[in-house]
Each structure stands twice: as C-alpha cells, then as structure tokens.
Design a protein. Sequence first.
Length: 456
Amino acid sequence: ISLQMMKHAWDNYKRYAWGLNELKPISKQGHSSNLFGNIQGATIVDALDTLYIMEMKEEFKEAKEWVEQNLDFNVNAEISVFEVNIRFVGGLLSAYYLSGEEIFRKKAVELGEKLLPAFNTPTGIPWALLNIKSGIGRNWPWASGGSSILAEFGTLHLEFIHLSHLSGNPVFAEKVMNIRKVLNRLDKPEGLYPNYLNPSSGQWGQHHVSIGGLGDSFYEYLLKAWLMSGKTDEEGRKMYYDAVQAIETHLIRKSSGGLTYIAEWKGGLLEHKMGHLTCFAGGMFALGADGAPSDKTGRHIELGAEIARTCHESYDRTSLKLGPEAFRFDGGVEAIATRQNEKYYILRPEVIETYMYMWRLTHDPKYRQWGWEAVEALEKYCRVDGGYSGIRDVYSSRQSHDDVQQSFFLSETLKYLYLLFSEDDLLPFEHWVFNTEAHPLPILDKDDENKEETQK
Ligand code: DMJ
C-alpha cells in the first residue's frame, strides 16, 4: 500500500510541480518554502532513496536525470543550513550509497562545500541561515539572544562525516567535531542542553530545553554518530547516554492516567506539553537500548514502548485518527491538543517512525496495527485527487486541508511505512543508520573502508 501511496504522491508532484520544491495538492501547483531559498527540486532529492528502495525504477531514473541536468547550487539564495543538509545532502548521500551513481556523490560534496562558510563564526558554531552565493550567514531573527539552534547545528554530524569520507577532505569532519568540543566545554544546567547557543560568545541563550522542536535531532545524532562509527565514537556514546539520563530525571513524567510523556523545561519549570516532533524519541530510546550503560537496556526499551503508546493515544483521541502538532497533560486533559494552533497535522513521520523502530526491535504486532490505522486515516483524510495534503484540525470532521504535500512525506512517512511492513533485512540496522530525514547512511567500520561497496 505504501508503494501505491508513493506513486500517487510522486505522479502528482510530477504532473503539477515538477522541478519545484513541493506540491500544493489542492491547487495543483508548485509550493516554495523559503527554507531552501531558490535551490529547487526538494521533493525530487528527498524522494530519490524512497523510489530506489521501493524499486520504482522508471521514476528513479527520471529523478536522476533531473538531478544531472537541473540541480544547481550556483544560485543567489539564502537557505537554512539544517534543512538543506538533512534533505539535500542527506538525500544525495543515500542515493549515492544505494545506487553507486557518481553524480550523487559529486553533487553532495559540491553542496557540502557551499555550506562551509556557515562555520565562519568566532566559536565555529554555524549560523542557521546562509547565503550560498556570498557566503554571508546570520541567525533566525526570532532566536533568543542572536543564538544558533541546538537541533540545527547539532544535526550536521552524520552527513559531514560521510562528506569527509567520500571526498577525502577532512574539513567537514573537523567542523562537526569542533561543535562537540564547544558543547563539552560548557556548563549544562542539570546536565541538560538548552536549545539556544550564541555562536559569537559561546554562551547559552534562554534556558529552554526540548526533545521536540529546536532540540530533537541533536540527541538523535549523538546516538547515531556512535552507531555509524561502528561503535567507536566513544564521545558520542557518552554524550548521548548522559543526556538521556538527565532527560529521564528532569523531563519524563507519567500522567495520572498512566501515560508517559516528555515535557519541556523552561528555566527549571516544566511545561506539560509534548510535540508530535517529540514522538521520534520512542524509536530513539529503543534503538539506543542495546548499548545502554549499567543494565539500563530494559528501561530504554520500555521507555520507547511507553512513548509509542502515548503517541498512539494522541492519534486515537482525535476525530480523524491522526495526531495533533502538540498535545498537553494539564488542565484536565491527557494527550489532547487544547490550543487551536496546535491541532494541525502536516503529514509528519515521527509517530510512524517510532512504530517502525519498535516493530523491528520487539516484533510486537501492535506496532503494525497502529501503523495500519495511520495508513487508513491518511487515505481517508489526507489523500486528494492531486496528492496528499496536511489537515488544519484533526479534531474536526469538517475537513480543512492545508494544501501542502511536504517533501518529508515522501522521504520519511512513506519510507517508514514501507519498512514497517517489510522484512528486517531491508536496510538492516546492523549496516545502516537513518539520518533525521530518513535517508539511510551506511555504518563506517574503522577497519572496513570498502563497506559501501559490499553493502550495495
Ligand atoms: C523533517 O524534516 C525531519 O524529520 C526533522 O528532523 C523534523 N521535521 C521534519 C518532519 O516532521
């Protein structure tokens, strides 16, 4: 079924928005988000590996031809360093490792080089935004005290290690190792990492800690850096398990109805809210369980299972059976959105991602059942003639579409669904880690430089 869904999403993108970043499935035209400046083709690059894995050969070929002929980074564009890294660099790297086609390696390295000026700050903590023509960077105007964002500068590691590996140029790896060094020098309140860090002063901004938006994939990349190194990156391992310990102590709580959730922390006070984005953490805890220190393996798997259950409840307690952007555990509610502007669903993957990890690691059939419920809801409420659309209010049966088919729907949501219903030997965890946009990257064993050859 996810193959049919992918076909529908792809065919409509091709028909109405080919070469543009994303599709507006209701108005049947292109959608351009300013996250990518005027770099074009986000959906194509994000979808390459999904097309490959689903064996959609014709479509993969057209996508590759588009990349060869049209993907151009010599544009005057201010881009989000994080978004371009996870979707474009990550997408190109996976396409290269899966298909062995040189064009993808070449484009990935070329784009990586374009991103390097972002690191020209006094600390080497990169800017959030970069003009890839002038090389001038800056931060989001809304970010506390001119800070860079933890989840943005902390989500470059996997791709940059591979860029050094594939180009023979150590500069990429040096840049991301330096980020670790800066973080390790700093005092962390209660062992937690605030979401804001000023790249000039090297000081934290506002003490807001989140495992959802603004923080999320920083933690994910600590664990995956260790796994991707063939478990040799001890620093990554230590930073990850220390962080999880602090998260468990200070952020994880149980509601009176028995649902485990991860709250947000603002200068020592908890906000009892969990974002859809935070739901990825169930899969992360389970993936990291095996290496957990001092017989904590069982606890990490259990945390993964409890977060999966809570996130499933957030879906089940809506009218459309799709989860809201954020849900709360206060004012008498549990796992329900209470604010109008938190009731939307934009085709995000995190809950299905967690089901996929939990399925692979436990084989409890309920995760496939829950994934199936999500498929039914997506087909019923998000599928439209012109593709798939997000929804403005998951509690209202009066349908209101947001008219955007996000590129991560093709790269993540549909890929994780496909994997959830595939055998474990498709992209096995022993050989691959997924970047935060679900692009698989091979594990680099220190003694096995030809790994990518043997994994094809
Ligand atoms: C994706 O771009 C990535 O999963 C990122 O880590 C968070 N946001 C979206 C999906 O929700």
